[in-house]
Design a protein around this ligand. Structure first.
Ligand code: MLT
Length: 268
């Protein structure tokens, strides 16, 4: 397993790790997590291909540019960081997988760099923008974490992220990732998600293979919403992972890797 860091064009340090060889699959984590959520997938999927997991700026071992305080993010900025990482690694194209907020980043990447996307895996995510009450809720989360820190959010969010069958060590890891995220970063994520555009049209005319993959017990993004997203994308595949909540790559790693591996193998 190789690890490294890259400087983004505006000076953020981006940490990544990778396993395997072949056409690259880039994995993008959700909110307010980091690349540790992909550890099992690096070993499972890395058996058959090159898999790269990155910490978005500010998350995990990645930093924000020096002197920028508090940080301000957008899905486009995260997407530009992925392009900088690809340039550093000498990659023209990728299979791109984003989970939840990572899915919003993947959509932003497709919008800005369509020629660099061979296929897209949209995991536990949605294509719609937030409705007004959703935007309000994001602002409230940003204000709350700035006032109180991450403890309360970690305690409340962890059970909502996981399905009823999630093992205890998975819950512990998720809670640890949330607690370890800096409050300014979580607040900036929340405001950036609130500002994201609707991507349904973008996906409908993407013209690349797309897999929509979702946990049957997802309490954050109902599986029916993912099904509707897939139905709106001509030629897309839709897979449901039984028994898993919002984080199937952690909750049902083998089943999730098998579905993603089968999709990627079909691309040749
Ligand atoms: C995530 O898991 O990345 C976020 O919870 C997604 C969201 O809130 O829309």
């Amino acid at each position: 397993m190789a690890r490294g860091t890259v400087r983004s064009r505006d000076g953020a340090l981006l940490a990544y790790e990778e396993a395997g060889s072949g056409f690259p699959l880039l994995l993008v984590h959700g909110f307010p997590l980091n690349r540790r959520m992909w550890a099992k997938q690096l070993s499972l999927l890395g058996r058959g291909r090159r898999v790269i997991a990155v910490d978005l700026r500010g998350h995990g071992e990645s930093s924000v540019p020096p002197g920028v305080s508090p940080p301000s993010f957008s899905m486009e900025l995260f997407a530009r960081d992925l392009a900088d990482l690809m340039d550093f690694l000498g990659l023209d194209g990728i299979d791109l997988c984003g989970l939840s907020m990572g899915g919003y980043v993947a959509m932003a990447f497709l919008r800005s760099y369509p020629e660099r996307v061979r296929s897209l895996i949209l995991a536990s995510t949605r294509a719609t923008a937030d409705p007004p009450e959703g935007v309000e809720a994001r602002r409230a989360v940003a204000e709350r974490v700035m006032a109180e820190g991450m403890e309360g959010l970690a305690r409340e969010m962890t059970p909502r992220l996981l399905g009823p069958e999630a093992p205890r060590e998975v819950a512990e890891l998720v809670e640890e990732m949330i607690r370890g995220t800096r409050r300014e970063v979580a607040a900036a994520d929340s405001l950036a998600m609130a500002a994201r555009p609707d991507s349904r049209e973008l996906l409908a005319r993407a013209g690349v293979p797309i897999l929509v993959i979702h946990g049957a017990e997802d309490a954050l993004v109902p599986v029916e919403q993912a099904r509707a997203m897939a139905e709106n994308i001509p030629g897309s595949l839709f897979r449901v992972i039984p028994g898993a909540g919002h984080l199937p790559p952690l909750e049902a790693p083998e089943a999730w890797a098998e579905a993603v591996g089968a999709f990627l193998s079909g691309l040749g």
